[in-house]
Design a protein around this ligand. Structure first.
Ligand code: NAD
Length: 436
C-alpha cells in the first residue's frame, strides 16, 4: 500500500517507519526542512529504542521517503495519516490549527479517492471538521477516519508493531476495508481492530489517557496519605495491584506525570466536557493533584536545609518526563529546576538522552554533566526526577565520595529504604516511611 504520514514527530516517524516495515511504501511529510534533511541523510531525529534499526533498513530499501512538499508527499497515497501537533490552545482545548490547515491544503491537492486518517489526538467532532476543511476545495470522493494512536514513548516501536488494539472510527465500508488490510500484519496474534463511529473513536483516546492519569494521581494521593499515616505505599501498591480488577500497572507514585500527552489531553477533555455543559470533576482533581505533586519534594528539601535553599547546589539525575525517551515536554524535572533556580539554588544535571533538549531551553543557567557522578561535585544533595534504569543500582561509594552531604531526594522511589538507610543516607522518597 502507499501511505503518507503528515507530521514526522514522535508519532509520525514511528508510524511511518513501522508501516514501511511491513512492506508499505511510506512518504513522511514535515514542514521542518532541517528535520527532513537529517532524516533523508539517515540521521534519526528522536530517541526511541529500536527505531533506528527499522528506520535505516526501510530507508535503505527505498520504502521510507521524506519530503517537505505536501503535494509531492501525498501524490500516490492510498491513505494519508495526519500525525500533527494538537497543543493546548489558550483556553485549554486542543488547538486544531495544524490539523485543519493541512486538511485545507489537502483539499487543494487531491484529485482522487483517498482515506485521510486523524492519528493526532483530537477532540470529538474533529473528523467532521477535517471533512469540511478538505471539502472547501475538493468536491471529489474521500473518507475521513479517526484512528487514535496509543503508543507509549520509550516502547513505541513495540506498541506500534504489536498493539493491544487498533481503534478505527469510520462509517465508510471502503475505508474500513483499507484500514483492516493495512493493520492486518500488526494484529496477527489476535488483538482486535475495534471499529466504531468517529466520535466514539475520538473520545476513546481521551478517555484512555485520562483514566491512566487518574490512576497515577490516585496513587499519588494514597502516597500522601501514607506519609501522614506511617504506611508504606510500596506495600499498599502491591496489596491492591494484585487484585486483577485494579491491575499492577500505573500504580507507582512519584513526582507526577508529564509528557506531551497526559497533561494536555486531560485538560482538553475537561474543556470539551465544559463546552457541552458537563463538569468533569474527577479530572479537575487529577490535574490539581498532579500540579501539586510535581513539586512534592521541595518542602522536604527546603526543610532539610533549614527552611531555604538559596546558595545551595544540587545534583539532578533525570530530565526526560519518563525513561527511554528524550522528550522533556511537561517533565517534572523542569518544574524542579525552575523552583530551585527561582529560590537561588544552582543545579548540575545528567540525563542519558534528554540533555540536548534541556540545553536548548536553559543554556548555561544549569550545568550539564557527562555522567551521573559528575553532577555530584560540590552538590549539597542528589535529587532524582526520572527512573532511568541506569540510576537504579548506582555506585553508592562514588556518590558518598563526591556529594557534600549524604542526602538523596528521590522522586521515583528507586532505592530500597532500609538498604539506603543502612548506607547512612538521609533519604526522602514518595509515600514511604523514610519520609516520616
Ligand atoms: P511532535 O511535535 O513530536 O510532531 C509533530 C510534527 O508535525 C513535527 O515534526 C512538526 O514539525 C510537524 N508539523 C507541524 N505542522 C506541520 C505541517 N503543517 N505540515 C507538516 N508537518 C507539520 O508531536 P507528536 O508527539 O508526534 O504528537 C502528534 C500527535 O499525536 C498529537 O496530537 C499527540 O497528542 C498525539 N499522540 C502523541 C503520542 C506521543 O507519545 N508523543 C502518543 C499518542 C498520540
Amino acid at each position: 500500500m502507499k501511505i503518507s504520514v503528515v507530521g514526522t514527530g514522535y508519532v509520525g516517524l514511528v508510524s511511518g517507519t513501522c508501516f514501511a516495515e511491513t512492506g508499505n511504501y511510506v512518504t513522511c511529510v514535515d514542514i521542518d526542512p532541517k528535520k527532513v534533511e537529517k532524516l533523508r541523510a539517515g540521521q534519526i531525529t528522536i530517541f526511541e529504542p529500536g527505531l533506528e534499526k527499522l528506520f535505516l533498513r526501510n530507508l535503505k530499501e527505498g520504502r521510507l521517503l521524506f519530503t517537505t512538499d505536501l503535494a509531492q508527499g501525498v501524490r500516490e497515497a492510498d491513505i494519508i495519516f495526519l500525525a500533527l501537533p494538537t497543543p493546548p490552545g489558550e483556553d485549554g482545548s486542543a488547538d486544531l490549527k495544524y490539523v485543519l490547515g493541512v486538511a485545507r491544503d489537502l483539499g487543494r491537492i487531491l484529485d482522487r479517492y483517498v482515506v485521510i486518517v486523524d492519528k493526532s489526538t483530537v477532540p470529538v467532532g474533529t473528523a467532521e471538521k477535517v471533512r469540511a476543511a478538505v471539502a472547501e476545495n475538493y468536491a471529489g470522493e474521500f473518507d475521513v477516519v479517526s484512528n487514535p494512536e496509543f503508543l507509549r514513548e520509550g516502547v513505541a516501536v513495540d506498541d506500534f508493531m504489536k498493539p493491544d488494539r487498533v481503534v478505527v472510527g469510520t462509517q465508510s465500508e471502503r475505508a474500513r476495508k483499507l484500514m483492516s488490510e493495512l493493520y492486518g500484519p500488526y494484529l496477527r496474534s489476535g488483538n482486535p481492530v475495534i471499529f466504531m463511529d468517529e466520535r466514539s473513536a475520538e473520545l476513546t483516546k481521551y478517555a484512555a489517557n485520562s483514566f491512566l492519569a487518574t490512576k497515577i494521581s490516585f496513587m499519588n494521593e494514597v502516597a500522601q496519605l501514607c506519609e501522614r499515616l506511617g504506611a508504606d505505599v510500596d506495600l499498599v501498591r502491591r496489596g491492591i495491584g494484585s487484585d486483577e480488577r485494579i491491575g499492577k500497572r500505573f500504580l507507582f507514585p512519584g513526582i507526577g506525570y508529564g509528557g506531551s500527552c497526559f497533561p494536555k489531553d486531560v485538560q482538553a477533555l475537561v474543556k470539551s466536557s465544559s463546552e457541552v455543559g458537563y463538569d468533569f470533576r474527577i479530572l479537575k482533581s487529577v490535574m490539581d493533584v498532579n500540579e501539586r505533586q510535581k513539586l512534592h519534594l521541595m518542602p522536604s528539601i527546603r526543610s532539610y536545609f533549614g527552611g531555604g535553599i538559596a546558595g545551595r547546589h544540587f545534583a539532578l539525575w533525570g530530565l526526560a518526563f519518563k525513561p527511554n525517551t528524550d522528550d522533556i515536554r511537561e517533565a517534572p524535572a523542569l518544574y524542579m529546576i525552575d523552583a530551585m533556580l527561582s529560590e537561588g539554588a544552582s543545579v548540575a544535571c545528567f540525563d542519558p538522552e534528554a540533555m540536548d533538549n534541556v540545553r536548548a531551553l536553559y543554556g548555561d543557567r544549569i550545568r550539564f554533566a557527562d555522567n551521573p557522578y559528575d553532577t555530584l561535585q560540590e552538590a549539597d544533595a542528589l535529587i532524582i526526577a526520572t527512573e532511568w534504569n541506569e540510576f537504579r543500582t548506582p555506585d553508592f561509594l562514588r556518590i558518598v565520595k563526591n556529594l557534600k552531604n549524604k542526602v538523596i531526594f528521590d522522586g521515583r522511589n528507586l532505592f530500597d529504604v532500609e538498604a539506603i538507610r543502612d548506607l547512612g543516607f538521609h533519604y526522602v522518597s514518595v509515600g514511604r516511611p523514610a519520609n516520616l
